[in-house]
Design a protein around this ligand. Structure first.
Ligand code: FAQ
Length: 328
């Protein structure tokens, strides 16, 4: 009985902290469900960054100039960095990175649906920067105020880099749109292929999103999937006009009454197929990640051997210092 009362008090205090917009830190008490939800979301996010290196990585060796190659290399490296910050955030919740990596490799944990589409031309690199990073920013800026401290702090740095990524994508597309008719057609074709998958990145509609309500109560999520999708559309339509491309949605129009753009519904059957592993590139992405993991085994072994050697050396040094009374 006392235990139950204690648990109630802990839960009430926890919710007070969250409602007061204060951060929960790793050593604070938290409900098991809160911890589980965070590990699920942050791990999926980390996996998305790591798998998300593949579609653009596909173009590094074929970038049309040294400048474009250097920019693309830096962007793809940033994505690896984001994955690492995020795995580190899950570790503060007691998750083991090896365990999460394993779950990604065997398909037990998800990553964003968007990375299961192919990158057919170099215009796709620009469109990923513009639309995919643009959608990522819309979704992730509110996460800088998410209730779990380490996740919120990781997101601040990630968002700064994502904004830069979005601008490089838009700049690339502006350059292509100022080029030949063929280049303009490549941009339009890439926009046609990436628009709907970008809208799907925000997750299912609110009435089909099982996690939103609780995640909003815990202030892990600050907005619903549909709210963020609307924000993205409102932000992107004027950018598309300036760029000179058409967004492939006949229902897209300004609604003065709502003060927002109306837009059509993505194909949710396609979304769930991709989430279930049946998208155009799911098998390829996971197979590639498994191959890279196997090929990187020697790096992990070497790093572990070095860490062990260093720890032994430090241990010896400490013993010597003890023996000499701290005089080297
Ligand atoms: N893809 O109840 P909800 C990036 C799953 S990073 C696959 O609404 P929730 C950077 C969902 O997990 C992109 N699965 O779920 C970059 C759940 O399944 P579960 C990643 C999805 O968590 C740019 C089920 O459906 N960003 O782009 C998707 O409340 C360029 C029901 O959904 C993040 O991860 C999806 N799109 O809301 C890198 C941001 N949507 O777990 C390279 C953080 C939903 O119960 C190049 N995450 N599902 O089995 C979030 O904000 C949320 O987790 C949502 C989903 C909004 C994604």
């Amino acid at each position: 009985m006392t235990g139950e009362r204690e648990a109630d008090t802990l839960e009430r205090d926890f919710q007070h902290t969250v409602d007061a917009d204060q951060r929960i830190e790793p050593r604070d008490w938290m409900p098991d469900g809160y911890r589980r939800t965070l590990v699920r979301q942050i791990a999926q996010h980390a996996h998305s960054e790591i798998i998300g290196m593949q579609p653009e990585g596909n173009w590094i060796t074929r970038a049309p100039s040294l400048r474009r190659k250097a920019i693309l290399l830096a962007k793809v490296q940033d994505e690896a960095g984001h994955g690492l910050y995020l795995y580190a955030a899950t570790e503060t919740l007691g998750a083991a990175r090896e365990d999460l990596t394993q779950k990604l490799l065997v398909g037990k944990q998800k990553y964003s649906s968007i990375f299961n589409y192919p990158t057919l031309t170099f215009a796709d690199v620009g469109v990923i920067g513009w639309l995919v990073d643009g959608a990522a920013i819309c979704n992730q800026v509110p996460l800088c105020r998410t209730s779990y401290g380490p996740y919120a702090r990781a997101m601040i740095r990630i968002c700064k880099e994502e904004s830069f990524h979005q601008r490089q994508g838009y700049e690339l597309l502006m350059t292509m749109m100022g080029g030949t008719d063929e280049q303009r057609a490549m941009v339009q074709d890439a926009v046609n292929r990436w628009w709907w998958p970008s809208l799907m990145m925000f997750g299912p509609p609110d009435d089909a999103s099982p996690n939103t309500e609780q995640s909003m109560r815990w202030r892990i999520k600050r907005h619903t999937n549909d709210e963020l999708r609307q924000k993205f559309v409102d932000m992107t339509v004027p950018q598309a006009e300036k760029l000179g491309v058409t967004l492939p949605d006949p229902e897209l129009r300004w609604n003065a009454e709502r003060g927002h753009y109306d837009f059509g519904a993505p194909d949710w059957d396609e979304f769930w197929q991709v989430v279930k592993g049946n998208g155009p590139c799911n098998a390829q992405r996971v197979a590639h990640r498994n191959r890279a993991h196997e090929e990187g085994a020697w790096v992990r072994e070497a790093a572990a051997a070095y860490a062990e050697k260093r720890a032994r050396g430090l241990d010896r040094l400490a013993q010597q210092q003890l023996a000499t009374g701290g005089v080297a």
